[in-house]
Design a protein around this ligand. Structure first.
Ligand SMILES: NC(=O)c1ccc[n+]([C@@H]2O[C@H](COP(=O)([O-])OP(=O)(O)OC[C@H]3O[C@@H](n4cnc5c(N)ncnc54)[C@H](OP(=O)(O)O)[C@@H]3O)[C@@H](O)[C@H]2O)c1
Length: 270
């Protein structure tokens, strides 16, 4: 939707951005503010939230920006977001958080870490989608953006739970796109490839040719009404190849790429 007033009317006046203090999340929040929607940034660290909020306010005079320090990997995290946003008309939910800085085989990870990821990347996501879509439905408008990844198109040795959580976003998003269309709510799963965000750069270093967060956020929001899925142009061929690959070969080659990323010798993005 190119008309900013129509965009804000359909998807505002407020948006909740989960994982909104940096990377693709703060880029989403900034882009939403640019389009006339007031973002509520949610993340665990108040200082980073404050810095992001100040930057968004400076870049978008007139935007109201709120912050909420909540951990979505604990059982009552989603309930805290629900309580804190009571009374705000939330027209857009961006469930952005989800990257995995801990490369490693599933059984070698500590169970508490994995349980937190299950809560953050599955349960809290489903809970907040259920809550906010339920409030949007009587208004007959709104948007859900569930971040996906090229990783969701195949088993990923070294990132097995992460990849399955991205597949969860894709399949949940596609089903909800159909269910919620008749209630006036748009659902989009942006499928992106490697992006130089603080989480990924800190864990694995910069990847040559990887996308910039601001480009991902802008292009995804341009497509929010054209769900159920938007695939970043650079990874369209990779996604097609993965869908049609023989599964054993797919797991082998994805595992090889993942190991290279983790060893600091990533395959450049072309
Ligand atoms: N970057 C890539 O290469 C890439 C590629 C494909 C797909 N994606 C997808 O894009 C999305 C964003 O990725 P990203 O790399 O920008 O970073 P990310 O690590 O998914 O998100 C970082 C944001 O989430 C917050 N956060 C982390 N854990 C949290 C928790 N338990 N509760 C609440 N907030 C939490 C962080 O702040 P705090 O640490 O202060 O909480 C920060 O604001 C993800 O869904 C990812 O799967 C990324």
């Amino acid at each position: 939707m190119s008309d900013p007033t129509a965009f804000a009317e359909k998807y505002g006046p407020w948006a909740v951005v989960i994982g909104g203090s940096e990377g693709i999340g703060s880029a989403f929040a900034n882009e939403l503010a640019h389009r006339g929607i007031n973002p509520v940034l949610v993340a665990r660290t108040q200082s980073t939230l404050d810095e992001a909020a100040d930057e968004i306010r400076a870049a978008n005079p007139g935007a109201e920006v709120r912050t909420l320090a909540v951990d979505l990997s604990v059982p009552d995290g989603a309930e805290q977001v629900i309580a804190a946003t009571d009374g705000l008309e939330i027209g857009t939910l961006v469930y952005n958080v989800g990257s995995e800085p801990n490369y490693g085989e599933f059984i070698d990870h500590d169970w508490d870490m994995l349980a937190g990821r299950l809560q953050r990347n599955f349960v809290s996501k489903a809970r907040l989608v259920h809550h906010f879509a339920g409030l949007m439905a009587p208004r007959g408008k709104g948007a859900l953006v569930l971040m996906g990844s090229v990783a969701g198109f195949g088993g990923s040795p070294g990132f097995a739970l992460y990849a399955s959580s991205k597949a969860f976003s894709h399949t949940l998003g596609e089903g909800l796109w159909f269910e919620l269309a008749k209630r006036g709510i748009d659902v989009l799963t942006p499928v992106v490839g490697q992006t130089n965000t603080p989480t990924m750069v800190k864990a694995y270093g910069r990847v040559e040719g990887a996308a910039a967060p601001a480009d991902i956020a802008r292009e995804a929001l341009d497509e929010v009404g054209n769900g159920p899925i938007w695939i970043e142009a650079k990874v369209r061929q990779v996604v097609t190849d993965r869908i049609y690959a023989e599964p054993a070969e797919r797991a082998r080659s994805i595992g090889e790429r993942a190991a290279r990323l983790a060893s600091g010798n990533p395959v450049p993005v072309s």
